[in-house]
Design a binder for this molecule. Structure first.
Ligand code: 0A1
Ligand code: ZN
Length: 863
């Protein structure tokens, strides 16, 4: 356990970066694998980096050196020392061979960092600082080594032995053991090291690269899961082709392997040539995976594959540069998924995620720039800010440069820094030089946290026909950053002339000052403002547009995102008005929904996004003080009203979108999405046959998308069908962990007055376990995102999540820490709730032996 021993954990600062004292050009690792005791013999060729007299310092976490040798000579205990967990060896020359031997215990590694057991497999997770739990090494991303790995293991238990790079040998040993050797010719930081040993079956395929090399592809899973790997394999091949076509980047080894494991802290990991995945992002078939799951598989397979260039060939100098690889790679996977499906719908989904996770983070105590200045525990910085806001920053550069110049910048970046550990600054400079642009002021996006707010005011002069748009930006204060400088905010903008119902061309307005005005000529009547089209900048736009104007844009804007946004804003205005006790006009919203839902020119997938009510948490974000009960009541009432007023439409859509057989085409997915929204409204209408219709959909569905959404609809109600469906679902899928996660998650997300008690009960269910991160997230992660239930006035929701964090911290601090942020939003709630949330954070911090992961999140959350 990472006990803090009472002392405050050390703070690591970006400004303290120093080049490594020693480099390790070559590393040989010899693993004698066994779940209870694995011996790791490491041979490092070390080279002094520059003229200095400092000793070799090898990071270690929980390791005991059983042997230390320098140039073949065993050192006596006086020849080395330990400092914290690190091994310190004074060395006289400039180059030496250093050997260490340690004994580790994968089976009792519950943190899932380093070498651990999952099911019958042995596998590794090294990013960010897990390699030091395997062997003594300078565990930092700017030390790049060529790896030669040998593994020996029991052949019956572990018939398959995989590591990075290409296989170079294998053979039989004594006592039923066998061995394999792998060599990775590309120097890499140790966070990209991986090995897997186990009884795995392979979906084998191949890909011919643009230069004509054949790459052997393997997706390794347990035998029974093989039929569920086809979608991941297709995604991998599509990604390989896409990176060649769009970025000119080719795969570089003869082998590319992916392994799926059940117990994993994050989504997946881009280890060189051996990606290791959370099984939820590999396995998919119509019976067990929703359309969202299929898209998740495609996106994450692509993300990890794209890291081969943006992350592996060019890696990060230090962990403050994390967004260098993550922001860029998210941007790349978002564009890939858009190209594979619908650009409009993908953009809407990505913005929904950004607003739900990143805007909340940026508005709270854990706000940080995409390139943080300091941390206690780097695992806490795999955040939506680093990933999703990081992607938005790259997207803005791509927009300002245009496709050709952006590609020139990317080419320069990859070519110039291939084989190096680079910085965000290196990336920006490559864009400046390759794309011929000055990004001096734009760099503030790397430095300043907080979501900028842009107030937009349009004034019209009927005499001259001029319309003047005044934009004023403000970046709110965030922890450690009270005062902010103006950002560069590119805003795709169009002005609709009410006389013609159209605009005369979109413009890219560059807002660079605190306040700026732009004038447009030729409007007899005051135009309508369509701004931040395509969500061109990650900002909040504040513009006073009437419901009538929004309704017009929701029906006529030719930018699909702006059209969606107009529709959402219409709904937000009604709901926020209702919560504030103001008189509201629901009829405009209902008419706009009818118009959108019946427009034959629109993609059903887009319609489904546009007509769905905004989430309760998003509504909370629009208010200075969140009243979860009032928000729930208002949203519920509007949903019912829409259900009642348009009931025939919902019945019609629900019947019309019934498919004859399952397909994964965009059209079929769109139809299912729309069908599920129609079902939600139909049941919300209170129609007597609503629950029966939902139950029939649940029962007859030939795919998980329809089955789960019918279950979710029933779970938020009080019908007899509710209990029946939950029971049937549980028994049908009790052997499938990924589907059982859905059973927990659906109940934790339900809009039901008893959700908090139900979650407490589910925490004691025999299928619940703290040892599987997916299960924990399915229950407690989902629950904490259910605003109405989590913020139950009794404070019980806070206690449940705090109890879970404290219990989980003893096993898996990384996953425990990721549950803490919802408790840190106390400033946005009434005094009673805020006090209870703070009390839970204090209770967590008082727990003896708390990890630095949870200590950092909980202590910052109290500030
Ligand atoms: N680099 C991975 C994310 C990742 C980070 C840490 C992990 O350790 C628990 C695992 C995965 C990615 O961006 O996909
Ligand atoms: Zn990544």
């Amino acid at each position: 356990m990472q006990s803090t021993g009472g002392a405050a954990p050390a703070i690591i600062r970006r400004s303290d970066y120093r080049a490594p004292d020693w480099l390790v050009p070559d590393l040989a690792l010899d693993f004698d694998l066994d779940a209870a005791h694995t011996r790791v013999h490491a041979t490092l060729s070390v080279a002094r980096n520059g003229a200095h007299g400092r000793p070799l310092r090898l990071d270690g976490d929980g390791l005991v050196p059983l042997l230390v040798r320098v140039d073949g000579q065993e050192l006596t205990p006086e020849g080395w020392s330990m400092e914290g967990g690190a091994l310190i060896i004074p060395l006289t020359g400039d180059a030496h061979s250093v050997e260490t031997l340690v004994d580790i215990a994968p089976a009792s590694n519950s943190k899932l960092m380093g070498l651990y057991a999952s099911g019958g497999l042995l596998c590794t997770q090294c990013e960010a600082e897990g390699f030091r739990r395997i062997t003594f090494f300078p565990d930092r991303p700017d030390v790049l080594s060529r790896y030669h790995v040998r593994m020996t293991a029991d052949k019956a238990l572990y018939p398959v032995l995989l590591s990075n790079g290409d296989p170079v040998g294998q053979g039989e040993g004594a006592d039923g053991r066998h061995w394999a050797e792998w060599r990775d010719p590309f120097p890499k930081p140790c966070y990209l090291f991986a090995l897997v040993a186990g009884d795995l079956a392979c979906n084998a395929d191949s890909f011919v690269t643009m230069s004509g090399r054949e790459v052997r592809l393997g997706i390794w899973v347990c035998e029974a899961d093989l039929p569920r790997t086809a979608h991941a394999m297709k995604a991998l091949k599509d990604s390989m082709a896409w990176d060649e076509r769009v970025y000119g980047r080719e795969y570089d080894l003869d082998v590319f392997n992916i392994v799926a494991v059940a117990d994993f802290n994050f989504g997946a990991m881009e280890n060189k040539g051996l990606n290791i995945f959370n099984s939820r992002y590999i396995l998919a078939d119509p019976e067990t995976a929703t359309d969202m799951d299929y898209d998740g598989v495609e996106g994450v397979v692509a993300h990890e594959y794209f890291h081969n260039w943006s992350g592996n060939r060019v890696t990060c100098r230090d962990w403050f540069q994390l967004s260098l690889k993550e922001g860029f790679t998210v941007f790349r996977d978002q564009n890939f998924s858009a190209d594979m499906g619908s650009h409009a719908v993908k953009r809407i989904e990505d913005v929904r995620i950004l607003r739900a996770a990143q805007f909340q983070e940026d508005a709270g105590p854990l706000a940080h720039p995409i390139r943080p200045e300091s941390y206690m525990e780097i695992s806490n910085f795999y955040t939506s800010t680093v990933y999703n806001k990081g992607a938005e920053i790259i997207r803005m550069m791509a927009l300002m440069l245009g496709p050709e110049r952006f590609r020139a910048g990317a080419d320069l970046y990859f070519d110039r820094h291939d084989g190096q550990a680079a910085t965000c600054e290196d990336f920006v400079r490559a864009m400046e030089e390759g794309g011929a642009i000055d990004l001096t002021q734009f760099r503030r996006w790397y430095e300043q946290a907080g979501t900028p707010r842009v107030a937009a005011r349009l004034a019209h002069d009927p005499v001259t026909g001029a319309a003047t748009l005044t934009l004023a930006q403000a970046v709110p204060p965030t922890p450690g950053q009270p005062d902010k400088q103006p950002m560069v905010i590119p805003l795709r903008t169009a002005l609709f002339d009410p006389a013609t119902g159209s605009h005369s061309g979109e413009q890219l307005l560059m807002l660079t000052q605190a306040e700026q005005s732009f004038t447009f000529e030729g409007f007899a009547q005051s135009p309508l403002l369509s701004i931040n089209r395509g969500f061109s900048s990650p900002v909040i736009i504040e513009s006073e547009r009437s419901q009538a104007d929004l309704a017009f844009l929701s029906a006529h804007d030719d930018d699909p995102f702006a059209r969606y946004e107009a529709m959402q804003q219409l709904m937000v205005n009604v709901l926020v008005g209702t919560v504030a006790g103001q008189p509201v006009d629901e009829s405009t919203v209902i008419a706009a929904i009818r118009q959108t839902a019946t427009n034959p020119a629109l993609d059903p997938a887009f319609i489904a996004e546009a007509i769905r009510l905004p989430a309760e948490a998003y509504l909370g974000d629009q208010m200075a003080m969140v009243d979860p009960d009032a928000i729930h009541a208002a949203r519920d009432a509007l949903q019912q009203r829409i259900g009642v007023e348009l009931e025939p439409l919902w019945r019609d859509i629900h019947a019309r979108t019934q498919a004859n057989g399952f397909a994964l085409s965009p059209a079929a997915k769109g139809a299912r999405a729309l069908r599920n929204v129609a079902l939600t409204y139909l049941v919300a209408s209170g129609a007597e046959d609503g629950p029966a219709i939902a139950f029939t959909q649940f029962d007859r569905a030939d795919n998980m998308t329809e089955r789960q959404s019918a279950l979710a609809t029933l779970a938020s109600g009080r019908s007899n069908e509710r209990e029946a469906a939950l029971d049937i679902f549980y028994h049908r899928y009790s052997d499938d962990p990924l589907v059982l996660d859905k059973w927990f998650q659906t109940q934790a997300l339900a809009f039901h007055p008893d959700t908090v008690d139900l979650v407490e009960e589910l925490g004691r269910h025999k299928a619940f376990t703290l040892s599987n991160p997916n299960r924990v997230r399915a229950l407690y992660g989902a629950f904490a995102a259910n605003q109405w239930a989590f913020h139950h006035a009794s404070g019980k929701g806070y206690r449940l999540v705090a109890d879970c964090i404290m219990a989980l911290d003893r096993l898996n601090p990384q996953t425990a820490a990721r549950l803490a942020p919802p408790l840190g939003r106390w400033k946005r709630f009434d005094a009673s709730r805020a006090a209870m949330m703070r009390a839970e954070l204090e209770r967590i911090l008082a727990q003896p032996g708390l990890s630095k992961d949870v200590t950092e999140q909980a202590s910052k959350s109290l500030e």
